[in-house]
Design a protein around this ligand. Structure first.
Ligand code: PNS
Length: 173
């Protein structure tokens, strides 16, 4: 049984994230999608909303071969991974620009927990430029994002943005 944790902010989940989850389903028996709590000061979606959205969009990917679960976590990723008895941490790589940050995190995580491997999966080139931050920015500034996120996510973004003013944080991807 090979278990993986796929951590991130997922504000919101994009087609790029889903591509990585689909690739992970070929490799792992169980994937826990870990939504980080308290990372940003002004997220678009609350952690609870993100979890609910992710659960809905990954439902079609559930199979007898791979169980996908979605949970929040706070504190260190390696502690969450240990709590989930995960063998691996999965991260997506879109471009060389992701590499340095990801390498640093992977090495620090390995330094803290040598038994947990970080596995990098290359995203489809169609998503190499897609990030949650840019998706939010272009949506808030008036362009559709249907190419980049599932329809449900765009719908939830529309509800959110039409309801209240919101700010886009510049720190996450
Ligand atoms: O998708 P993101 O927002 O780039 O994900 C970043 C994430 C959640 C993987 C990273 O911020 C993280 O692991 N945070 C938990 C705190 C932690 O473990 N920090 C030490 C990392 S070496």
């Amino acid at each position: 049984m090979c278990r993986a944790v796929y951590p991130g902010s997922f504000d919101p989940i994009t087609n790029g994230h889903l591509d990585i989850i689909q690739r992970g389903c070929k490799l792992f028996d169980k994937i826990t999608i870990g939504v980080l709590v308290n990372q940003q000061k002004s997220p678009l979606f609350t952690v609870e909303e993100r979890i609910e959205i992710i659960r809905q969009v990954v439902e079609p990917l559930q199979s007898p071969k791979t169980l996908i679960e979605v949970e929040s976590f706070s504190g260190l990723l390696v502690d969450f991974a240990q709590q989930k008895r995960a063998d691996c941490i999965v991260r997506g790589l879109r471009a060389v620009s992701d590499y340095e940050y990801e390498l640093q995190m992977a090495q620090m995580n390995r330094h803290m927990e040598s038994d947990i491997e970080t596995v990098f999966l290359m995203s489809d080139e169609a998503y190499s430029f897609v990030s949650s931050r840019l998706v939010k920015e272009i949506f808030i500034l008036g362009r559709p994002v249907s190419q980049f996120v599932p329809a449900l996510v765009e719908e939830r973004m529309r509800e959110k943005v039409s309801g209240v003013g919101c700010r886009v944080s510049g720190s996450e991807t």
